[in-house]
Design a binder for this molecule. Structure first.
Ligand SMILES: Cc1ncc(COP(=O)(O)O)c(C=O)c1O
Length: 372
């Protein structure tokens, strides 16, 4: 039996009928861009994230770029961001002429506040906290540093839609929170989409302007923006799926707990449990010293896995111009050699997860050596 890493048909099938009626209604309305569906979803999403404002955009990286633009960052200024992760958020920083300054991460793959503190310079304007894999960053420590140095604290909550810290949804803690609704996300569209949430009235007004080419409500182009608008069709789909976000996250957490119960924690380093929605497992990432052997072993037994992420960002070709060298981020460099993502999505059957656990246990018998 093949265990898929993710099955988007299975995840979206339950919404098919409602999506088709939403599409019919949309065609009827003739409103396809920045229409009623976008307004309604922005309202519902802001409510769910307990933020004052939500601004729909085309994708995650545009969200980061627009937040930096609307916060007034200038060429030559610096943004501190984690060295471990998908390049999307960091790539948005040079788009505005600013410089990404990479900070080391901890064993939970999250930006290390002490590394951030050591990197603050007179050119630093913002910290970009990425809640990688769905686990909330240490926002208390990052808030402390950002207020001490007068820096903007921006969150990329793409992996952590629905996660909370002390009852506060991540994304609504910093000055701006960015979400991508790429189909494999906890709240995934049937295509591309993104959102920025903020409690700052002025910032919200500027973001609405900049996502629509710089046009104000009277249609005058008053500033240099971009066309990065969430489409009404995707907004209608996301609004339908928002209602099951918490239930889906509960499924992901239950799957994670099951893996922790069943798998040998000596052999496989697994994400530690976090209470109160502190982790919503967009990905369940384990570590093992023989990661490549493990991956092949599982593949032979028809268990699909992924490697998030094979290279730390300072070694990504697109960032070579920054002049970082191998060895500068020992933790991130080691993590990239050991990580393996297991199937975790809602809708996975217990039989499928049992299959993964069984294959992993067989591997543990052959390769008992634990991740360091
Ligand atoms: C943390 C993070 N932010 C943003 C993105 C990218 O968003 P998009 O898929 O909308 O380009 C990703 C994609 O994997 C991501 O992992």
């Amino acid at each position: 039996m093949t265990v898929p890493f993710i099955d988007l048909t299975r995840i979206n099938q339950p919404y098919a009928a409602d999506v088709k009626s939403a599409l019919d209604a949309l065609i009827e309305s003739g409103e396809f861009v920045l229409g009623e569906s976008v307004r309604r979803f922005e309202e519902n999403f802001a409510k769910r994230m307990r933020a004052a404002h939500a601004i729909g955009v085309a994708n995650g990286p545009d969200g980061v770029y627009l937040a930096l633009l609307a916060l007034g960052l200038q060429p030559g200024e610096e943004v501190i961001c984690p060295v471990f992760g998908y390049p999307a958020a960091a790539v948005a920083i040079p788009r505005i002429g600013a410089t990404p300054i990479f900070a080391e991460v901890d064993e939970n793959f999250l930006i290390d506040p002490e590394s951030v503190r050591a990197l603050v310079s007179e050119r630093t304007r913002a910290i970009l906290a990425v809640h990688t894999f769905g686990r909330a960053c240490n926002m208390t420590a990052l808030e402390q540093i950002s207020s001490e140095f007068g820096l903007h604290l921006i969150e990329d909550a793409t992996h952590a839609c629905g996660a909370e810290i002390g009852g506060t949804p991540v994304g609504s803690i910093g000055i701006a929170g960015i979400y991508s609704f790429y189909p494999s996300r906890n709240l995934g569209a049937i295509g591309d989409g993104g959102m920025i949430v903020t409690n700052n009235e002025e910032l919200a007004a500027r973001l609405r302007l900049y996502r629509d080419l710089g046009r104000d409500a009277d249609g005058r182009t008053v500033d240099l923006g971009v066309s990065s608008r969430l489409e009404d069709f995707q907004a209608a789909v996301l609004d339908l799926k928002l209602a099951s976000l918490d239930e889906d996250n509960a499924d992901r957490i239950a799957n994670a707990d099951f893996y922790r119960e069943q798998l040998n924690g000596e052999t496989f380093a697994m994400p530690a449990p976090v209470d109160d929605l502190g982790h919503v497992y967009n990905m369940f990432v384990i570590r093992h010293a023989q990661r490549d052997q493990l991956r092949n072993f599982l593949k032979e037994r028809l268990v699909e896995t992924r490697v998030h992420y094979p290279r730390p960002l300072h070694l990504e070709p697109c960032f070579q111009y920054l002049g970082y060298q191998e060895g500068q981020f020992p933790t991130a460099e080691r993590l990239c050699k050991e990580v393996l993502s297991l199937p975790i999505n809602p809708g996975l059957s217990r039989r499928e997860i049992d299959e993964v656990v069984h294959a992993m246990s067989l591997f543990a018998q052959s390769f008992p050596a634990a991740a360091k």
